[in-house]
Ligand binder design. Structure first.
Ligand SMILES: C[S@@+](CC[C@H](N)C(=O)[O-])C[C@H]1O[C@@H](n2cnc3c(N)ncnc32)[C@H](O)[C@@H]1O
Length: 381
């Protein structure tokens, strides 16, 4: 192991992210083989080119930060939105620790990305036990080459991981690197009874928590939400671009104006509250626009349902603290009223943390419950 790699493994062990049974795997799979020739410097954030400064590049490759490996789905002239990244080593270690994949098991990974996680899984379980699906054809091809150069040959499939990969089912574990708004039923159908599904999950309103499901004997999976995570959306789940510009005209006349004393900090400033509100209005997007400059304390929260062209704007001006903040609502859905009711329901339920909620996935429904399956909190789309 080169020194930065050895330091990474020691750090992950010391900080408790790395399970002891994964130590050898993390030591055997060099992360730098999966990263691009140019990555951000640990201290300055400036790009470091491997060909110019290999030492600094290696330090960056083993730092505990995610590395963006693709922007704009590989398009040349886009806004630079990250569309693939190698997660921070601590986040991969924590995910694998939770996954509980043991030799003898078969795993399906959704979102191969750099191939680093697939390499770790292949080292731990054997090449034949690992199938990884990547939607981007070029990324899949690059990952295959990188994996091979590191000595691994798991099956990397180019395709839509939302359909799983029936060719190698049943799986003991399904682990997704991308966030979904609905757990694809194919993942359940392709799992063995007793198998587990681990995936980032979110709503248009709140992104993202991890959900940890166990597949039951009758084709239904159940489990709880388990901690916050920050993963990219599966390709089909991304919010459309320019949603605000195309759907909201705050200055037209077709809206009602009221005032509210509710401050966004009370709703979205609390992640558990935002999660619970999102459960009740899962298709409603939340977009924040700040005032005219860093000194301007004003901001506006927009709520937006593209399918009914309904929107609400909630304008926060600290000078209006005593008189109430202006709320405008447009369209058939009164989105701010819905948000207030959703927040009230969560408050009246005793402000439960997201870990008290769970999800049941069957062939025809996805239900979110609170504490036990008898207490349905929301049905997702
Ligand atoms: C966070 S990256 C994956 C990181 C990866 N596990 C690693 O170790 O580097 C997410 C990847 O999922 C891919 N992706 C997005 N939607 C997908 C889908 N529906 N099916 C399969 N892959 C998808 C993206 O192209 C991206 O490469």
């Amino acid at each position: 192991m080169i020194p930065p790699h050895a330091r990474m493994v020691e750090r992950l062990l010391r900080e408790g992210d790395l399970a002891p049974e994964w130590r050898d795997g993390f030591a055997a799979v060099p992360r730098h083989l999966f990263l691009p020739e140019e990555i951000a410097d640990v201290d300055t954030g400036a790009p470091v080119d491997r060909r110019r400064d290999e030492q600094r590049w290696l330090e960056a490759a083993y730092a505990d930060v995610p590395v963006v490996t693709q922007v704009d789905d590989g398009a040349r002239y886009g806004p630079g939105a990250p569309t693939s990244s190698a997660p921070a080593p601590s986040s991969v270690a924590a995910l694998l620790r939770r996954l509980g994949a043991e030799p003898g098991m078969r795993v399906l990974e959704v979102g191969t990305g750099s191939g680093y996680t697939a390499g770790l899984l292949a080292r731990h379980l054997g090449d034949d036990a690992v199938t990884s699906v990547e939607i981007d054809f070029e990324l899949a091809e690059e990952a295959r080459v990188r994996l091979m150069s590191a000595g691994f040959t798991p099956l990397v499939v180019s395709g839509d991981g939302m359909r799983g990969w029936a060719g190698r089912a049943p799986y003991d574990r399904v682990v997704s690197a991308v966030a979904v708004r609905r757990v694809p039923y194919d993942w359940v159908a392709q799992s063995r009874p007793g198998g587990r599904i681990l995936t980032p999950w979110g709503t248009a309103f709140h992104h993202g928590v991890l959900v940890d499901l166990v597949v039951g004997p009758h084709g239904t999976a159940h489990g709880r939400f388990a901690g916050y995570t920050d993963r990219t959306w599966a390709r089909a789940e991304r919010a459309p671009r320019h949603l605000l510009e195309t759907h909201v005209w705050p200055d037209d006349d077709e809206h009602t104006t009221t005032r509210s004393w509710l401050h966004p900090g009370e709703v979205v400033g609390d992640s558990d509250g935002a999660f619970a509100v999102g459960l009740q209005m899962p298709d409603v997007h939340r977009i924040v626009r700040f005032g005219s400059g860093p000194e301007d304390p004003r901001f506006t929260v927009y709520l937006l349902d593209p399918s009914t062209w309904s929107w609400a704007s909630w304008h926060i001006d600290p000078e209006h603290r005593d008189t109430g903040y202006e709320v405008r609502q447009h369209g058939p859905r009164r989105l701010f009223d819905e948000l207030e009711s959703a927040h009230l329901l969560w408050t009246e339920a005793g402000r439960p943390a997201h870990t008290r909620f769970g999800l049941t996935v069957s062939a025809d429904h996805q239900l979110v419950w609170l504490d036990d399956e008898a207490t349905i909190f929301a049905a997702t789309r």
